[in-house]
Write a protein that binds this ligand. Sequence first.
Ligand code: FAD
Length: 122
Amino acid sequence: PEYSDCPPDSQELGRATWTFLHTMAAYYPETPTKQEKTHLQNFMTSFSWLYPCGVCADHLRQDMKKHPPPLESGEKFSKWLCDTHNKVNKQLGKPIFDCSKVFERWRDGPSDGRCDWGLPTD
Ligand code: FAD
Protein backbone atom coordinates (compact mmCIF):
# COMPACT_ATOMS: atom_id res chain seq x y z
CA PRO A 1 0.00 0.00 0.00
CA GLU A 2 1.08 3.60 -0.56
CA TYR A 3 0.67 4.29 3.15
CA SER A 4 1.58 1.71 5.78
CA ASP A 5 -0.48 1.56 8.95
CA CYS A 6 2.61 2.23 11.06
CA PRO A 7 3.30 5.70 12.46
CA PRO A 8 5.46 7.66 10.00
CA ASP A 9 9.24 7.60 10.25
CA SER A 10 11.15 10.84 9.57
CA GLN A 11 11.32 10.05 5.83
CA GLU A 12 7.61 9.49 5.36
CA LEU A 13 6.76 12.47 7.56
CA GLY A 14 9.24 14.63 5.64
CA ARG A 15 7.89 13.64 2.24
CA ALA A 16 4.28 14.27 3.27
CA THR A 17 5.19 17.59 4.88
CA TRP A 18 7.18 18.89 1.91
CA THR A 19 4.24 17.93 -0.33
CA PHE A 20 1.95 20.02 1.83
CA LEU A 21 4.36 22.98 2.22
CA HIS A 22 5.31 23.25 -1.47
CA THR A 23 1.67 22.92 -2.50
CA MET A 24 0.63 25.60 0.00
CA ALA A 25 3.41 27.84 -1.37
CA ALA A 26 2.41 27.21 -4.99
CA TYR A 27 -1.15 28.32 -4.23
CA TYR A 28 -0.19 31.30 -2.03
CA PRO A 29 -1.38 34.41 -3.92
CA GLU A 30 0.94 36.46 -6.10
CA THR A 31 -0.48 39.56 -4.40
CA PRO A 32 -1.45 38.51 -0.88
CA THR A 33 -3.58 40.66 1.41
CA LYS A 34 -2.20 41.93 4.69
CA GLN A 35 -4.19 39.23 6.45
CA GLU A 36 -2.80 36.46 4.24
CA LYS A 37 0.73 37.67 4.96
CA THR A 38 0.02 37.60 8.70
CA HIS A 39 -1.41 34.08 8.43
CA LEU A 40 1.66 32.85 6.53
CA GLN A 41 4.04 34.44 9.04
CA ASN A 42 2.15 32.92 11.98
CA PHE A 43 1.91 29.55 10.25
CA MET A 44 5.64 29.34 9.51
CA THR A 45 6.63 30.46 13.00
CA SER A 46 4.27 27.95 14.64
CA PHE A 47 5.31 25.23 12.20
CA SER A 48 9.00 25.76 13.03
CA TRP A 49 8.21 25.18 16.72
CA LEU A 50 5.80 22.30 16.32
CA TYR A 51 7.17 20.14 13.48
CA PRO A 52 7.45 16.77 15.23
CA CYS A 53 11.10 16.07 14.34
CA GLY A 54 13.11 17.97 16.91
CA VAL A 55 16.40 18.35 15.02
CA CYS A 56 14.57 19.22 11.78
CA ALA A 57 12.54 21.95 13.51
CA ASP A 58 15.71 23.20 15.20
CA HIS A 59 17.51 23.52 11.86
CA LEU A 60 14.55 25.25 10.32
CA ARG A 61 14.34 27.84 13.11
CA GLN A 62 18.06 28.58 12.79
CA ASP A 63 17.69 28.98 9.05
CA MET A 64 14.59 31.18 9.38
CA LYS A 65 16.46 33.50 11.75
CA LYS A 66 19.02 34.21 9.02
CA HIS A 67 16.60 33.95 6.10
CA PRO A 68 13.05 34.85 7.15
CA PRO A 69 10.34 33.67 4.75
CA PRO A 70 9.28 36.39 2.28
CA LEU A 71 5.56 36.99 2.57
CA GLU A 72 5.02 39.49 -0.23
CA SER A 73 4.42 37.14 -3.18
CA GLY A 74 3.73 33.51 -4.06
CA GLU A 75 6.71 33.37 -6.35
CA LYS A 76 9.11 34.63 -3.68
CA PHE A 77 7.74 32.36 -0.99
CA SER A 78 7.90 29.29 -3.29
CA LYS A 79 11.48 30.13 -4.22
CA TRP A 80 12.41 30.60 -0.55
CA LEU A 81 10.86 27.24 0.36
CA CYS A 82 12.68 25.56 -2.52
CA ASP A 83 16.01 27.03 -1.35
CA THR A 84 15.23 25.98 2.23
CA HIS A 85 14.41 22.41 1.10
CA ASN A 86 17.62 22.36 -0.98
CA LYS A 87 19.67 23.13 2.14
CA VAL A 88 18.19 20.02 3.75
CA ASN A 89 18.80 18.04 0.53
CA LYS A 90 22.43 19.12 0.55
CA GLN A 91 22.87 18.18 4.18
CA LEU A 92 21.36 14.73 3.53
CA GLY A 93 23.28 14.16 0.28
CA LYS A 94 20.08 14.27 -1.81
CA PRO A 95 19.89 15.83 -5.30
CA ILE A 96 19.51 19.62 -5.50
CA PHE A 97 16.16 20.55 -7.05
CA ASP A 98 15.99 23.12 -9.90
CA CYS A 99 13.92 25.91 -8.32
CA SER A 100 12.79 27.26 -11.70
CA LYS A 101 10.59 24.11 -11.80
CA VAL A 102 8.66 24.51 -8.53
CA PHE A 103 5.40 25.60 -10.12
CA GLU A 104 5.57 22.82 -12.70
CA ARG A 105 6.30 20.27 -9.95
CA TRP A 106 3.76 21.46 -7.38
CA ARG A 107 0.95 23.26 -9.24
CA ASP A 108 0.89 23.26 -13.03
CA GLY A 109 2.24 19.81 -13.90
CA PRO A 110 4.25 19.03 -17.05
CA SER A 111 3.10 20.42 -20.41
CA ASP A 112 2.27 16.96 -21.81
CA GLY A 113 -0.89 17.00 -19.70
CA ARG A 114 -0.29 13.66 -17.99
CA CYS A 115 -0.93 15.25 -14.58
CA ASP A 116 -3.92 17.38 -15.51
CA TRP A 117 -6.18 16.90 -12.53
CA GLY A 118 -5.21 19.85 -10.30
CA LEU A 119 -6.87 20.91 -7.09
CA PRO A 120 -10.25 22.54 -6.70
CA THR A 121 -9.54 26.27 -6.65
CA ASP A 122 -12.56 27.62 -4.77
P1 FAD B 1 11.90 14.82 -0.02
O1 FAD B 1 13.12 15.60 0.35
O2 FAD B 1 10.89 14.57 1.06
O3 FAD B 1 11.21 15.56 -1.25
C1 FAD B 1 9.96 15.14 -1.77
C2 FAD B 1 9.85 15.59 -3.22
O4 FAD B 1 9.96 17.00 -3.28
C3 FAD B 1 10.99 15.10 -4.11
O5 FAD B 1 10.72 13.83 -4.61
C4 FAD B 1 11.05 16.16 -5.21
O6 FAD B 1 10.12 15.89 -6.24
C5 FAD B 1 10.58 17.41 -4.50
N1 FAD B 1 11.69 18.29 -4.12
C6 FAD B 1 12.94 17.95 -3.69
N2 FAD B 1 13.64 19.03 -3.39
C7 FAD B 1 12.84 20.09 -3.62
C8 FAD B 1 13.02 21.49 -3.50
N3 FAD B 1 14.18 22.03 -3.08
N4 FAD B 1 11.99 22.30 -3.84
C9 FAD B 1 10.82 21.79 -4.28
N5 FAD B 1 10.59 20.46 -4.41
C10 FAD B 1 11.59 19.62 -4.08
N6 FAD B 1 15.45 14.88 7.52
C11 FAD B 1 16.62 14.69 8.19
O7 FAD B 1 17.12 13.56 8.20
N7 FAD B 1 17.24 15.74 8.83
C12 FAD B 1 16.72 17.00 8.85
O8 FAD B 1 17.28 17.92 9.46
C13 FAD B 1 15.47 17.21 8.17
N8 FAD B 1 14.89 18.44 8.19
C14 FAD B 1 13.65 18.59 7.63
C15 FAD B 1 13.02 19.83 7.74
C16 FAD B 1 11.74 19.99 7.22
C17 FAD B 1 11.07 21.33 7.36
C18 FAD B 1 11.09 18.92 6.59
C19 FAD B 1 9.70 19.08 6.04
C20 FAD B 1 11.71 17.69 6.46
C21 FAD B 1 13.00 17.50 6.97
N9 FAD B 1 13.66 16.28 6.87
C22 FAD B 1 14.87 16.10 7.51
C23 FAD B 1 13.12 15.18 6.02
C24 FAD B 1 13.81 15.18 4.63
O9 FAD B 1 13.87 16.50 4.08
C25 FAD B 1 13.05 14.32 3.58
O10 FAD B 1 11.69 14.69 3.54
C26 FAD B 1 13.13 12.83 3.83
O11 FAD B 1 14.47 12.44 3.96
C27 FAD B 1 12.48 12.04 2.64
O12 FAD B 1 13.19 12.39 1.46
P2 FAD B 1 12.69 12.06 0.00
O13 FAD B 1 13.88 11.53 -0.74
O14 FAD B 1 11.46 11.22 0.01
O15 FAD B 1 12.35 13.45 -0.68
